[in-house]
Design a protein. Structure first.
Length: 89
């Protein structure tokens, strides 16, 4: 596995013998988008981002949030509420 910081996000590449989960040192957000549709991003360990892939992965991951697409941040806040994470403690 190789993780690189690129402009606007991260680049992940690697390979495995089967379907695998790689943990990234990146806080999970519903706004994260893998540019390869075969890659799935999931929340792991309450806070970290997991990358699920089969055999090989070579994709950019970007934070896809903007003024015209606030839905992913609303989903982040809904996740926090469901997980019992209070922003004001």
């Amino acid at each position: 596995m190789k993780l690189s910081v690129i402009r606007g996000g991260l680049h992940v590449s690697g390979r495995s013998d089967a379907t695998s989960l790689a943990l990234l040192p990146q806080q999970f957000s519903n706004c994260l988008r893998a540019h390869d549709a075969r890659v799935r991003l999931v929340r792991t360990d309450l806070i970290l981002t997991g990358v699920i892939f089969s055999l090989t992965v070579d994709t950019d991951i970007s934070f896809d949030y903007g003024i015209l697409s606030p839905g992913c941040r609303r989903a982040d806040f809904a996740d926090m509420k469901e997980l019992g994470i209070n922003r004001r403690q």
